[in-house]
Design a protein around this ligand. Structure first.
Ligand code: UDP
Length: 248
């Protein structure tokens, strides 16, 4: 057994983590697409104990009018953590943390969208964290990506997100809560289907070689997430595709 100064035991005698995962394993993910009838697109996603709801509206006329851009759509992304989503009640309303996450998540989607095709319009992405257990920004991006597809918004491809980190001197994939709280580093990224990184953040310290190892691992994590996202889309839209085939 190994632990750090906080007395958290991160690995058992078989090298498995606190939730019995291998170092390079992501938490189980469950996805349901199209769960809200008012939104143009929506997705409910569970990743480990994280529970996320994403809703997408647009492209629609941007309001208030003063935010309209003459030659492109504005993209808005709001990440919000419900008060009841965490152990200690989260203060309602925007915070520095949620504003930062909203900004970097919006930027993670800009390269895959076609805002120049929708002057004066808005594409609105809302994500609500209903239950948080580390990795909510990456879980939210994965849900938002599918809600955008559900809304029928043209995209160059999906965006998939995952984090890697360092606990007890080892590089691991998709940190859980104790690993996030008491580990040494957290490296969330978002990636397009063709491997372009559209979000990268880092909390804590990694040596250059640890950083390389973590980047390698986290990109593998994103590719695993992409397969799960694609499977969820196929499950949701396979019947629609079958209907289309019949019509031809
Ligand atoms: N957290 C919390 N209260 C807060 C912010 C975060 O309890 O106000 C918890 C929550 O479980 C979250 C985790 O700490 O998932 C890690 O937060 P971080 O800021 O690293 O973002 P995340 O990993 O969720 O993207």
């Amino acid at each position: 057994m190994s632990s750090n100064q906080t007395d958290v035991v991160f690995f058992d005698e078989n090298g498995l983590r606190t939730d019995q995962r291998k170092p390079d394993e992501i938490r189980p993910m469950k996805i349901k697409i199209g769960v809200l009838s008012r939104a143009n697109g929506s997705c409910y996603l569970e990743w480990g104990a994280n529970k996320i709801l994403a809703a997408v509206y647009g492209p629609r006329e941007a309001h208030p009018r003063r935010i309209q851009l003459a030659n492109r759509a504005v993209i808005r992304y709001r990440y919000n953590m419900q008060s009841f989503s965490v152990e200690d009640r989260a203060r309602p309303g925007p915070s520095r943390r949620s504003s930062e996450i909203s900004k970097v998540s919006r930027e993670a989607f800009e390269p895959v969208l076609f805002p120049e095709d929708y002057p004066k319009a808005a594409i609105d992405i809302f994500v609500e964290v209903l239950q948080a257990d580390a990795g909510t920004r990456t879980a939210a991006i994965n849900a938002a990506s599918l809600a955008l597809v559900d809304a029928g918004i043209p995209m160059r491809g999906l965006v998939s997100a995952c984090a890697a980190g360092k606990v007890d001197g080892k590089i691991v994939l998709d940190l859980n809560k104790p690993e996030d709280n008491y580990g040494d580093a957290d490296l969330p990224i978002a990636m397009t289907e063709d491997g372009k990184i559209t979000l990268i953040q880092m909390d804590g310290h990694l040596t250059p070689s640890e950083f390389e190892e973590a980047m390698d691992l986290v990109q593998k994590g994103c590719r695993q997430v992409l397969e799960i996202q694609k499977a969820a889309l196929l499950e949701k839209f396979a019947s629609v595709m079958d209907d289309d085939d019949e019509e031809v």
